[in-house]
Write a protein of this length. Structure first.
Length: 474
């Protein structure tokens, strides 16, 4: 595959998909069936606001129903259109298959600038959009389960859940109709941080493999590694915060809507985030150099580049100037097919979106299971685990005649609560998926030097979707 002209986002996803499919031994008609988006529902609805009827356009796209419910976020942005939603729905299919979350792929979007409306207006718009989707079973605990995405969060999910409940008053599983809800509305601990946390766990796993690090020209551990993040939204903020606070990475650059801030001695994510919240951007942040042309900061010297904002930011135009040798796609589709080709030829290692940002949907899966089981993870076992650990300590002390070290006692005894279990499940998922991905990557690389992690990820996903189609007898 050689990308002559820069394709749009949807075409880009298809090209990257085909690059992998062509390396597999699959019937072309099956490949075609997996590639296409099953359906896209478009709705135009009116809401009376500010004295007039405002018309909004929304979408819910279902890429693949090989597993149900289908899953994927709802995005609020002016960039939303059918092509974008379909590309994102396709990525959801591959993402879920890769991390073994038993869902098909879907995505929704509303073409709106959420900052242009106040909270009350957004609630009315969201409830009306949800109403349109619910009445067509495009929001439903057993068929289609949305979640937050760009421009939406816990608040919108709570409105959607409540709207579903109002329209399905006797459905005992109503809360499982959407994930990413606040705790009081049936959410799960650790969902807000999940995507950023998954990025951290994915990078940690990458750093456990010497051979992989070597390909990216990296040495040693994560401590001191220079990181640039594009976008301090929910994903970028959490990824940056955890990498800085827990892995001692140095965040040398942050790119935001209004420009970038660079500081080779390291930026403090918390302070920068407060500044952004207060002033609406990074300009005038006193602890770094402001660069007005933010996107150019993607080309700044660093060890790990984390695009965590929009799609199509690394393209044929700028890919050749990227200095990072390791790129982690925390956003969906930040690198176009053309950009991907240039980076690959330059030996850059790309941790693909469908893996890197899969933490969100993984913890969404845990939330959905929690809602269906109507009980918090750990509720039955926690105290019993603690009692057993106490017994172990007592036995050790009796046997040795020595007392157990006080500083270890707390951590040794404490039983796992919901947050601990969610993080453990997420870590296990990210580690397992990375190991599968790298195994395919290295195995095929022996005969095909052009093999990369993204192609490996696609191949694993495509094979899983194909085998469920085979089982279905299709
Ligand atoms: N919007 C997120 C994504 O792109 C989360 C989807 C979900 O949790 O269903 O993966």
């Amino acid at each position: 595959m050689s990308v002559e002209k820069e394709p749009g986002f949807r075409k880009s996803v298809e090209l990257l998909f085909m690059r992998a499919a062509e390396k597999m031994d699959l019937a072309p008609d099956l490949v075609n069936k997996i590639r296409v988006c099953n359906s896209t529902y478009t709705v135009r609805f009116g809401v009376k606001l500010r004295g007039r009827i405002q018309t909004f356009t929304g979408y819910r796209s279902v890429h693949s129903e090989h597993a149900e419910p289908v899953k994927g976020g709802i995005r609020y942005a002016l960039s939303v259109d059918q092509n974008e939603v379909e590309a994102l729905a396709a990525l959801m299919t591959y993402k879920c298959a890769l991390v073994e979350v038993p869902f098909g792929g879907s995505k929704g979007g509303l073409c709106i600038d959420p900052r242009a409306w106040d909270e009350e207006e957004l609630e009315r718009i969201t409830r009306r959009f949800a109403f349109e989707l619910i009445k067509r079973d495009l929001i439903n605990p057993s068929q289609n389960v949305p979640a937050p995405d760009m421009g939406t969060g816990e608040r919108e999910m709570a409105w959607i859940a409540d709207q579903y409940h109002r329209m399905n008053t006797t459905d005992i599983d109503a809360r499982a109709c959407v994930t990413g809800k606040p705790l009081e509305a049936g959410g799960i601990r650790g969902r807000v941080e999940a995507t950023g946390r998954g990025v951290q766990y994915g990078i940690r796993e990458f750093f456990r493999h010497e051979a992989d690090k070597q390909i990216a020209g990296l040495e040693g551990g994560l401590a001191g590694k220079r990181v640039i993040i594009q976008g301090l939204g929910n994903v970028g903020y959490h990824a940056g915060k955890f990498l800085q606070e827990e892995d001692d990475c140095k965040i040398v650059g942050v790119i935001e809507r209004d420009g970038a801030i660079i500081n080779d001695n390291g930026l403090d994510i918390e302070t920068l985030k407060s500044h952004i919240n207060e002033h609406g951007g990074v300009a005038k942040y006193p602890h770094g150099t402001y660069v007005e042309n933010g996107i150019s900061a993607l080309e700044h010297e660093c060890d790990i580049l984390i695009p965590a904002a929009l799609e199509s930011v690394i393209t044929r135009e700028n890919a050749g100037r990227i200095k990072a040798r390791f790129i982690v796609e925390a956003a969906n589709g930040p690198i176009t097919a053309g950009g991907d080709e240039i980076l690959r030829n330059n030996g850059v290692v790309i941790m693909p979106d469908m893996f890197a940002n899969a933490g969100g949907v993984t913890v969404s899966y845990f939330e959905w299971v929690k809602n269906l089981s109507h009980i918090r993870f750990g509720r039955m076992q926690r105290r019993q685990e603690e009692a057993r650990q106490e017994m172990v300590i007592e036995a050790l002390e009796k046997m040795t005649g020595k007392s157990f070290p006080d500083e270890l006692r707390g951590a040794f005894v404490s039983g796992a609560d919901e947050l601990t279990l969610v993080r453990s499940g997420l870590d296990d998922t990210m580690r397992g998926a990375y190991i599968n991905m790298r195994e395919t990557w290295h195995r095929l690389k022996r005969d095909d030097p052009s093999m990369d992690l993204r192609t490996a990820a696609y191949m694993i996903s495509i094979e899983r979707v194909a085998s469920s189609y085979r089982t279905l007898g299709l």
